[in-house]
Write a protein that binds this ligand. Structure first.
Ligand code: ADP
Length: 863
């Protein structure tokens, strides 16, 4: 049932129409008297058709109202006209009415007109939908579509074609297609005529009026029907497709070339292990021909080689990889050879196993080399064993007669002999002893070479072992006029479990070298704990000298057997070049490491670590050593001025004297010493003869000449000298000093000397006032704030100097003492920077050292 709205201002006419409609079974009707009334009724209930009085009275007449309805509601309107002027009729046309009904009309006319109108409306709607669908399809299709008339003038272009043209339909409409597009032959780049294009779809180059061109697939269709004729061009962009195809082709070619150029034979197989492809190397190796593929199962290559076949079966059953597996295969000449094969499954994009790829490497040559190498190695090893055994046997054999020679010589020396005879025999004894030592070294070396050296594991008195070794070595040092000292850390256990003789051997070798390569100065040993628990203890041993040093590029080779810094070493100092190699091996057997820090002409420091088992300490008496039982005590509290620029010596003296209740002030250079003495008298002066600015001898002379200040001029002066020679002492005494202590300073020796110089309380009171030092520098007992800062400053200055002179050895030493100092005084940031500086010095990185220096200075101020 259709709903109809009658818009009529004359009530009688409207009612009449309604009546007629009822008669023709159209009962659903509404009447509107004016345009606005009509709009309201349309909003309330959408009618299917509106019968509109063309001459409607009111502000909005029928035509105007129909126009609004058409635009806003798209409801069909049929005009009711009795009389209408031409102008109104003309206006009415533009509102696209579905018909005109001329008043008066009867029911039949009304019915027919309404039915036609509704039918027309239905058709219109359908057409509109189709049109919409067509235009959206044309827009979305992705193919460029151009329609032209018979003369090739453009009628229509979809958005894709507009993009190809580089212009809009609006601009192109009516223009000839040749003005917008040229279609060129892909190879020859010549313009193709339409007649050619019509023949069949083809790939061409499209060039547009904007000048750019790209490949398209073109289909040209002629339309010829009763209603119209012309052409339709369908264009599909090929640039992406062609680009992708090209890429695939080049990848394929690359793969192919790689496949063919591989040295390994490659076999591609399907799941049943039938070879479906192979590369040239495979064809050459197995004598298979590519032309006849597929032709062989891979098993055929193994012939009657069941072992190899088994491997393949395994791969097959586990669908697994087989990596670099050695198997025997037959080659084209039917010769069995060794190959290394790798088999991997081939999978498609769904992860399905489609076959296998197998790479075969012919390793027969490698096998020959391997067996030759093995033979050569075995030969070399057996020759080496024979050599070492010969050495061991020979050394053993030689030792027996040599011992007799030494023994007999010693016995003969005890008999009555002339002076000459004694002298000659003494030479024989000495030479025999050296010979014996040499034999022992060779014996050790050969034992190491054959891996026969084994460490003993026994509880032993560690401190005693160290003291005994050092005592023996000291004799050699004294003979050479160089001083020797040692320090054992308090936490070093008295007894440990390990090999005492081998430990002694390492120490003797290192200390022996230190003495051998040092002409003046000192040798200093120290032993400290690196780490300790209930089970084990790792000790760090250090042997430092002031000798000839080792150039940086030689510091690692000297640990190799028969290696010396240079050939002349043997001539001048003797030696075999085996000592360090043996020591290194022994240290390694003790679970440690050995290394050296050295600078040419500045001395060396050999360090090694060794691990020992802890043992019951009660079996070893506490060796109180120089520090405790034999600790020399000062009879009174003294004020001591220490004139010493070496921070570690300075620190050691300060510590020792402060521990004995004295007050210590340190000065870094000669000028400061004199300045301090002019301001403050001290009980005693410890004076380094080589102190910078004004040397020790000069200072001593100066002091002794200050007659107007007897407290100063008469004060005891102890020289601290680098050398222990007699002439050094004489020189010191000559300048008015009272005694001399060689470096490294032995505390007991120093304390004894101080005691001998300051005898009694009475003597002391004669010297004068004693406590201005405390008053002036605000000292806390045993600790001077002033001198600590001064010491710090001096240390920083020394580091600065070391950087300027690029003296990394010195820099490291200075950083080390500063680090101790900072840790001791809980100056954490300073300690951190000092540690970094130590590392920088060790790694010899100047830039970093300079950066750290800046930070160190800051940290020192803050601390
Ligand atoms: P040897 O001393 O018998 O030649 P070593 O293996 O003990 O054999 O030492 C190897 C070389 O290392 C020495 O020849 C010497 O050149 C160098 N060397 C070892 N210790 C020192 C040292 N303290 N100072 C300088 N050079 C040293």
């Amino acid at each position: 049932m259709h709903h109809i709205l009658i818009v009529e201002d004359e009530k009688i006419v409207a009612t009449d129409i309604r009546y007629m409609l009822k008669k023709i079974d159209m009962t659903s009707t509404d009447i509107a008297k004016s345009a606005n009334d009509a709009f309201e009724k349309i909003e309330a209930k959408r009618p299917d058709l509106i019968l509109m009085d063309i001459n409607l009275s009111g502000d909005i007449d029928g035509v105007h109202a129909a126009g609004i309805i058409q635009k806003k509601y798209r409801i069909p309107v049929m005009y009711l006209t009795a009389y209408a002027d031409e102008k109104t009729v003309e206006r009415a046309k533009h509102t696209e009415p579905v018909g005109y009904l001329l008043k008066p009309f009867n029911e039949i006319e009304l019915k027919t007109n309404i039915e036609i109108a509704l039918y027309k409306q239905k058709i219109n709607e359908k057409l509109k939908k189709q049109e919409l669908w067509l235009s959206s399809t044309l827009t979305k299709i992705g193919t460029g579509i151009i329609k032209t008339d018979e003369k090739s003038a453009i009628i229509l272009m979809n958005n894709v074609a507009e993009r190809f043209a580089g212009t809009t339909l609006e601009n192109a409409e009516g223009k000839l297609i040749s003005e917008i597009f040229a279609f060129l032959d892909i190879k020859k780049q010549q313009i193709l005529p339409r007649s050619l294009l019509e023949e069949k779809p083809s790939n061409v180059f499209l060039q547009n009026s904007a000048g750019w061109s790209f490949p398209v697939a073109l289909t040209l269709q002629k339309i010829e029907d009763e209603s119209e004729s012309g052409y339709v061009y369908f264009l599909q962009d090929l640039s992406e497709k062609l680009g992708a195809e090209k890429k695939i082709r080049s990848t394929e070619q690359l793969l192919k070339r790689t496949f063919e150029s591989l040295q390994d034979a490659i076999l591609i197989m399907d799941h049943s292990f039938t070879i479906i492809d192979s590369n040239t190397a495979a064809q050459n190796l197995f004598g298979i021909s590519k032309i006849r593929l597929p032709y062989k199962r891979v098993q055929d290559l193994f012939k009657d080689n069941p072992g190899s076949l088994k491997i393949f079966s395994e791969v097959l059953s586990h669908k697994a990889f087989l990596r670099r597996h050695e198997i025997a295969l037959y080659d084209r000449k039917n010769e069995l050879f060794f190959a290394e094969i790798t088999v991997a499954p081939l999978v498609d994009e769904n992860g399905e196993n489609t076959g296998w790829v197998c790479a075969v490497t012919d390793i027969r040559e490698r096998k020959i080399y391997e067996s030759m190498l093995k033979e050569a190695k075995e030969d070399a090893e057996s020759a080496n064993r024979a050599k070492s055994e010969f050495l061991t046997n020979m050394s053993h054999e030689l030792r027996t007669p040599l011992n007799s020679i030494i023994g007999m010589t010693e016995l003969t020396l005890e008999t009555q002999l002339t002076r000459d005879q004694r002298e000659y025999l003494e030479i024989v004894r000495q030479s025999s002893l050296s010979f014996l030592q040499l034999l022992n070294t060779i014996l050790d070396f050969s034992k190491i070479e054959t891996g026969k050296i084994e460490l003993e594991q026994t509880d032993f008195d560690l401190r005693k072992t160290i003291h005994d070794t050092i005592d023996v070595m000291k004799v050699q040092a004294i003979k050479k006029g160089i001083s020797m000292s040692h320090e054992i850390g308090n936490d070093v256990p008295n007894g440990v479990n390990g090999d005492p003789l081998r430990l002694q051997q390492i120490l003797v070798n290192l200390i022996g070298n230190a003495i051998k390569f040092t002409d003046e100065g000192y040798v200093r040993c120290s032993i400290d704990v690196q780490k300790k628990d209930n089970e084990t203890v790792t000790l760090v041993f250090s042997v430092e000298d002031t000798g000839i040093g080792i150039p940086a590029d030689k510091t690692s080779i000297i640990f190799e057997s028969f290696k010396q810094v240079d050939g002349s070493t043997t001539r001048k100092y003797g030696g075999t070049g085996l000592g360090l190699a043996i020591s290194k091996r022994l240290v390694e057997l003790m679970g440690g490491a050995i290394w050296v820090e050295s600078r040419k002409r500045r001395g060396s420091r050999f360090v090694f670590t060794a691990e020992f088992f802890m043992c019951d300490q009660s079996q070893f008496e506490k060796d109180e050593d120089s520090l405790n039982a034999r600790k020399e005590i000062l009879p009174m509290e003294l004020s001591v001025l220490v004139a010493e620029d070496d921070p570690s010596t300075q620190k050691m003296i300060r510590q020792a004297l402060e521990n004995r209740g004295s007050t210590v002030v340190c000065a870094q250079d000669g000028r400061t010493v004199l300045e301090l003495l002019l301001r403050t008298p001290f009980d005693i002066l410890l004076l380094d003869t080589e102190i910078p600015v004004i040397d020790g001898y000069e200072i001593a002379r100066e002091i002794r000449s200050m007659r107007e200040k007897p407290a100063v001029s008469k004060m005891p002066i102890i020289a601290i000298t680098t050398n222990a020679r007699k002439e050094d002492l004489e020189k010191c005494l000559k300048t008015g000093m009272n005694g001399h202590i060689p470096k490294p300073v032995q505390i007991n020796e120093l304390v004894n000397m101080i005691k001998s110089l300051i005898k009694t309380e009475n003597d002391r009171s004669q010297v004068g006032e004693f406590y201005p030092v405390q008053a002036e520098f605000g000292q806390v007992k045993g600790k001077s704030v002033f001198c600590e800062r001064k010491e710090l400053l001096a240390s920083l200055q020394a580091m600065g100097r070391a950087i300027t002179e690029k003296d990394f050895f010195m820099l490291e030493k200075e950083s080390e003492s500063l680090l101790h100092y900072a840790r001791e005084h809980k100056m954490d940031s300073l300690a951190d920077e000092a540690f970094r500086m130590k590392l920088a010095a060790r790694k010899i990185t100047m830039k970093r050292a300079r950066e750290i220096m800046v930070r160190l200075k800051k940290a020192a101020v803050i601390s």
